[in-house]
Write a protein that binds this ligand. Structure first.
Ligand code: PLP
Length: 447
């Protein structure tokens, strides 16, 4: 039961991520209490369908007792082991080998972080070490996508191409650049190929402007997540990765959202046979049951650092909880669940999800519907012909997500005109029926 005292305590003491401080205090917290599969029970006593897997992370669904058992066993045996000073733990070592075996073959070494932001941060630091080690110290600049999200660490937030993450914070932006997001629905291109060609040309032009000798890497999400679930046209990722190779810059795939079955393959790079130089992962790695992320890198980067002029020195990057054994034990169990059938199930139900999403286009407010695997969105417009976005403020202090909550549905609204869905991979066709019935009620309420 949610008591007024708990609401008061939250408002007084807890700072919520990516929130408007005062607005949150006025609206009050919605306390979540328990979960089972894709269902969440809140402290108000109601059960909600979570069509966003927490924060696109609880891919295996809530209430997986075998993960709790794996964590408990590891806590009983050894709750903590440092990776410093030559120490290590069995689950972390086994997990590193497992990740190398299931990610693209270009990736051969793993550094564990606590989540996605610090995986991105670690990647930036290793890339810098690498270029310094191989005698190319001018290669410092990083290019990413407008609307891309790469976390909110002090450096990664700059690579994030979302204005809210730059505003009111003096980021070290001198080395960070952005090119257009491959957003077909809102582009002037009438074919996917024209958009891909334009994207490649823009990347080439940006590298030429900065100077290839100064550009370290290009970072992108295979499907742009927090920027509004933008699915690039098929062939875009490969064309961009190939361009990076041709221009002599590293290609980093940020698979924090798209990894672990979210888009229908274990990793989204697999759709186009892309072999990145680095990959960042988190979220589905542990399905949110414990915090953990990682950056994977190629032999070339690892060996470049290992054998460089500073080879006698330590690489000064580390965290107390890197390769935490409990998180690693959780991750190993989560990966077993994907491999023992949940990934296959997600692949089997994805066409049903896609068909339901596409059917939303018949609603007068829905201008676009897009998805890859179990990652999708609909985009609301005030006018389908002009694509004028649906106005953001529906009612004072009531967002479209609030209206969905009244219909016992959880999704993520991006500025109220893009509704994002990342259902747990365990969603059944009947769960999808419930999702789209409740979505219809929500849309009809705002019409
Ligand atoms: N990269 C991507 C693509 C993400 O979507 C996120 C989080 O949503 C991050 C990095 C940051 O991860 P975290 O929130 O675990 O720090």
């Amino acid at each position: 039961m949610q008591t007024p005292a708990l609401t008061e305590m939250d408002s007084r003491y807890l700072v919520h991520p990516v929130s408007n401080f005062r607005q949150h205090q006025e609206k009050g917290v919605k306390v979540l209490q328990s979960g089972d599969g894709p269902w969440l029970t809140a402290a108000d006593g109601n059960t909600y369908l979570d069509a966003f897997a927490g924060l696109w992370c609880v891919n295996v669904g809530y209430g997986q007792q075998r993960i709790v058992d794996a964590a408990t066993a590891q806590m009983n045996q050894l709750p903590y082991a440092t990776g410093y000073f030559g120490f290590g733990s069995e689950p972390a070592i086994v997990l590193a080998e497992k990740l190398v075996s299931i990610t693209p073959s270009s990736l051969q070494h793993v550094y564990f972080s606590l989540g996605g932001s610090d995986a991105v941060d670690a990647a930036i630091r290793y890339i810098t070490h690498y270029y310094n080690a191989i005698g190319k110290p001018t290669k410092k600049h990083i290019i990413a996508l407008q609307r891309g999200y790469h976390g909110s660490s002090s450096t990664g937030a700059g690579i994030t191409g979302l204005p809210a993450f730059h505003a009111n914070f003096d980021l070290p932006l001198a080395h960070q650049h952005h090119i257009s997001c491959p957003y077909l629905y809102r582009s002037n291109y009438d074919s996917a190929q024209a958009l891909i060609d334009a994207s490649v040309a823009e990347l080439e032009a940006k590298v030429a402007e900065i100077g290839a000798d100064n550009v370290a890497a290009f970072f992108c999400e295979p499907v742009i997540g927090s920027g509004g679930v933008i699915v690039p046209p098929k062939g875009w990722l490969k064309a961009i990765a190939d361009t990076c190779k041709r221009l002599g810059i590293l290609f980093l795939a940020d698979e924090v959202i798209t990894g672990f079955g979210r888009t229908g393959t274990m990793f989204a790079c697999e759709h186009e046979g892309v072999e990145p130089d680095l990959m960042t992962i988190a979220k589905g790695l542990t399905s949110g049951y414990a915090p953990m992320g990682a950056v994977l890198m190629s032999d070339e980067i690892f060996n470049g650092i290992a054998d460089g002029p500073n080879k006698a020195a330590v690489v000064g990057h580390g965290q107390t909880y890197s390769a935490h054994p409990v998180s690693a034990a959780v991750a190993l169990e989560v990966i077993k669940i994907y491999e023992e059938g949940m990934l296959a199930h997600a692949q089997a139900v994805a066409p049903y999800f896609e068909a339901k999403l596409q059917a939303c286009l018949s609603h007068p407010l829905v201008g676009d519907a897009r998805s890859l695997g179990l990652l999708g969105a609909i985009e609301l417009v005030a006018d389908k012909a002009t694509k004028r976005p649906f106005p953001a403020a529906i009612k004072l202090h009531e967002t479209i997500a609030d209206i969905a909550w009244q219909h016992k549905l959880i999704f993520r609204a991006f500025g109220d005109n893009i509704l994002g869905f990342a259902p747990a991979l365990c969603f059944t066709e009947s769960d999808f029926d419930t999702l789209f019935e409740r979505l219809q009620l929500t849309l009809d309420d705002v019409l």
